[in-house]
Design a protein around this ligand. Structure first.
Ligand code: HMG
Length: 386
């Protein structure tokens, strides 16, 4: 069977954030509730002229610069914060990146899970057509109502992944375990900017979906628990990953070795929830923040999307993977961010542009791509270097 998986993976997150200590101070609560109880430090905040398209283009651009776009004939764009009910967000990004015109372009949705469906389908496709490449994008803005219990679990970010045959970073295993149940733990009706959710219930359903997906993975011939060197979880907040890891270890009567999951949480702790991108940020964090050589090691991945669908699958680290990472670039993105005050956070929170007429966006994005305006309900994206 042809090996398939990732030959490049890169992320982007906006340059502004609010520290959760600032949020705690505003609400008059103990900052340890966020830093220890939720396990988060910062929430990334997009500006008026940044959204899932600009973040996706910023994440994918270094991959295109390094590897070119030859052979990319499919863009699968996963998001649950879509900007249009009809047109796929990937089509705007496709133009910004100058991708080949002979390319299909589709948007995927199932809460935080859909990038995993996109990745699995991309792997099946390149197994059939090994000379083709697929660009899989996960891009989201996680936004909850101000003063709600979800407020501390906001965030924003995008991950771009180049899926090929004979991958150079991660080989995605053919075995996976899946689970779906029809529940209302988190959802966003069409007329709402923010989700409705039952927070505590959602954490319990997440754990249940993980165990059910793990059982299915095991029954489908998956690896045993002790074969994995690291685990990467969907991280709505990093403490959820800790709970998941403890739960999975207990279910397997294994010792709880938190270091197998912690390096995967480093990026999420300072970016926040990025919905579809979150588990792939955990994968990146594991690859880029584990100092030991991971060649040949097996990662266990659990992807969850409320509503709900979960999938457990595995990925093997390919020799020479370090040469295909963007570690220094990612460190710069995080190091060069600026903190905002509570008042500036509220003003950015209210900035979420909707296509309801016309507007010119203030120039806030520091990256190359901007949402410049909305002109009679048409979103106008620009490449500032063009
Ligand atoms: P909450 O009511 O803010 O927090 O809700 P809490 O009072 O339960 O406290 C949280 C933890 O902090 C508790 O620990 C406290 O003891 C601890 P736990 O019981 O969990 O072990 N704590 C402290 N620790 C140290 N020092 C202190 C202190 N005070 C309290 N001083 C909740 C938390 C996660 C429910 C809320 O933030 C929420 O509703 N978030 C949104 C929903 C969510 O993220 N769900 C996760 C599972 S569903 C999912 O992952 C899918 C999702 O990504 C969406 C999608 O798929 O599209 C959300």
């Amino acid at each position: 069977m042809t090996a398939t998986g990732l030959s490049a993976i890169s992320f982007h997150t906006p340059h502004r954030y609010i520290g959760l200590d600032t949020l705690a101070e505003h609400h008059g609560i103990d900052p340890d509730k966020f830093s220890k109880g939720i396990g988060q430090e910062k929430i990334a905040l997009p500006g008026h002229d940044e959204d899932i398209v600009t973040m996706a283009a910023e994440a994918a651009k270094p991959i295109i610069d390094r590897y070119g776009s030859d052979g990319i004939d499919t863009v699968l764009f996963a998001t649950e914060t879509g900007i249009d009910q009809s047109k796929a967000a990937g089509i705007y990004m496709h133009r910004l990146l100058g991708l080949p015109a002979n390319c299909r372009n589709v948007e995927f949705k199932q809460a935080c899970y859909s990038a995993t469906a996109a990745l699995q389908m991309a792997c099946s496709y390149v197994a059939r057509k090994p000379d083709r490449k697929v660009l899989v994008i996960a891009s989201d803005v996680a936004r909850y109502d101000l003063d709600s219990s979800g407020e501390a679990t906001q965030g924003a970010g995008a991950v771009a992944m180049l899926v090929t045959a004979n991958p150079t970073v991660l080989e995605i295993g053919a075995n996976s375990g899946v689970f779906t149940e029809d529940i209302m733990d988190f959802w966003r009706p069409n007329d709402r900017r923010t989700p409705l959710f039952d927070g505590k219930y959602s954490t319990l359903r997440y754990l249940n979906a993980m165990i059910e997906a793990w059982k299915d993975y095991s029954e489908n011939g998956g690896h045993s628990y002790d074969a994995f060197s690291h685990f990467c979880y969907h991280l709505p907040f990093s403490r959820m990953g800790e709970k998941a890891h403890r739960h999975l270890a207990k279910a397997n009567k294994a010792p709880i070795e938190m270091d197998k999951a912690l390096t995967g949480m480093a990026y999420n702790r300072v970016i926040g929830n990025s919905y579809t991108a979150s588990i792939y940020l955990a994968v990146l964090s594991t690859l880029e923040n584990t100092y030991a050589d991971l060649t040949g090691q097996l990662l266990g991945l659990f992807s969850y999307g409320s509503g709900a669908t979960g999938e457990f699958f595995d990925a093997k680290v390919v020799e020479g993977y370090q040469d295909h990472l963007f570690t220094a670039r990612h460190a710069n993105i995080l190091n060069e961010r600026i903190a905002v005050s509570y008042d500036d956070y509220v003003s950015l929170w209210n900035a979420y542009p909707l296509d309801d007429g016309s507007a010119t966006m203030p120039e806030e994005a520091r990256g190359r791509y901007r949402l410049a305006s909305i002109d009679e309900n048409k979103r106008i994206y620009i490449d500032q270097h063009a």
